[in-house]
Ligand binder design. Structure first.
Ligand code: KG4
Ligand code: ZN
Length: 357
């Protein structure tokens, strides 16, 4: 067995080395860290040849959030299918694929393990190198797909369901954490606010849509205070929001949902924009980018555009469908890892709390 594994790893390393100088490299990537089973074929880290996303939203909506056990089982059922569909949509077969990539963290352990096991098996069977990808790095890399001209260095606001980070990206695959949330992630705060407003899962997009028709100044919410200059905090405004809603309910008042959604969205977005701009100015950023599910938020996109324009700072954000989880972003991040010779051994494991830096 050891001999077989050593043979596999030697071969994978040799393949990866040869790919560094290959002109056109096609990577088949799989993403299963949360509630989307997604596969994509990406060329040279920049070109989407196919991008298939199977969303499990309907399976979890009944429970008001992601149920890890259901997610893992659904990934098991969907992995083969999304991979087949991604190859078919690209008009390719396994023979045309140079390397495989998979998200190995952060995320739900069972969900991650499904993808990691699937791609390790495929890598061994096809004798092609496997590239391990950090999910957050994937989100940042979605910008390389939407903006072929974008090159590091840039400052990136990463805002998803589990993460709110300000990250300096001095080079491909190099990350410096500048600031982060000290409590809830921005997406998590949106999802909790949505639940109080009885909006179905996933709440963020619903709050965003409803907020378009509401008065953002209806409910003033506290501005966050953090010790770290570029850190975020959303729990204070979330608690104030929940308390106000509960008080209204106890008084038998009907919740003005659109106004409440607009007020909450404004509070979260202003906090995000303020710190991002402070960091951009003080750290002398030459380019700004956004990534993660919350970067699909329409007010955040508008406000970042306005503030960056005022400062003459070029702003990059992924197209909407690449903001939330997808396989394409994993294929892009994987290409730059491959160019640095970073490939996985067959002992690769899921790392639920994997950090970016
Ligand atoms: O990046 P993502 O798909 O998954 C994680 O890696 O967490 O982000 C999902 C999060 C959820 O919390 C969802 O409610 C939020 O992104 N989200 C939004 C919007 N679209 C997705 N939040 C606010 N406004 C949106 N338009
Ligand atoms: Zn994500």
């Amino acid at each position: 067995m050891q001999k077989i594994l050593t043979g596999y790893e030697e071969h994978a390393r040799a393949c990866a080395e040869a790919l560094k100088t290959k002109e056109y490299v096609r990577i088949l990537a799989l993403e299963t860290s949360c509630d989307e089973t997604a596969a994509a074929v990406i060329a040279n880290g920049r070109e989407i040849l196919s991008d298939i996303v199977f969303s499990q939203i309907d399976l979890h909506a009944l429970y008001g959030g992601v149920v890890p056990e259901i997610a893992s089982r659904a990934h098991v059922e969907a992995c083969d299918r999304v991979i087949d569909e991604a190859l078919k949509a690209a008009g390719l077969s396994f023979d045309d694929i140079d390397a495989l990539a998979v998200t190995y963290g952060p995320g739900l352990v069972g969900a991650l393990l499904t993808g990691v096991s699937c791609m390790k098996g495929l890598s061994f069977a096809l004798n092609k190198p496997l590239i391990p990808v950090n999910h957050i790095e994937g989100h940042i890399s979605a910008n390389y797909l939407s903006h072929p001209e974008l090159k590091p260095p840039f400052l990136c606001l990463v805002v998803s369901g589990g993460h709110s980070h300000l990250v300096q990206v001095p080079d491909y695959g190099v990350y410096e954490l500048v600031g982060q949330t000290v409590d809830d992630a921005a997406g998590e705060a949106f999802d909790k606010a949505a639940r109080v407003l009885s909006l179905p899962y996933p709440g963020g997009p619903r709050v965003d849509a409803l907020a378009e028709q509401g008065n953002p100044d209806y409910l003033p919410l506290p501005r966050p205070h953090t010790e770290g200059r570029y850190d975020y905090s959303f729990s204070g405004m979330k608690t104030a929001f929940l308390n106000s809603c509960h008080k209204m309910e106890m008084k038998g008042e009907e919740l003005p949902k659109a106004d409440l959604a607009a007020s909450f969205r404004k509070a979260v977005v202003e906090a995000l924009v303020e710190k991002a701009m402070l960091a951009a100015e003080e750290l002398g950023a030459g380019q700004m980018a956004m990534a993660g599910g919350v970067s699909a938020n329409s007010l955040l996109r508008r406000r970042m555009q306005e503030e960056c324009q005022k400062r003459g700072l070029p702003l990059y954000m992924p197209q909407l469908r690449l903001c939330t989880d997808n396989g394409a972003m994993i294929g892009s991040a994987a290409y730059y890892r491959l160019m640095r010779g970073e490939i996985a051994p067959l002992t690769l494991n899921a790392v639920p709390a994997l950090r970016l830096v």
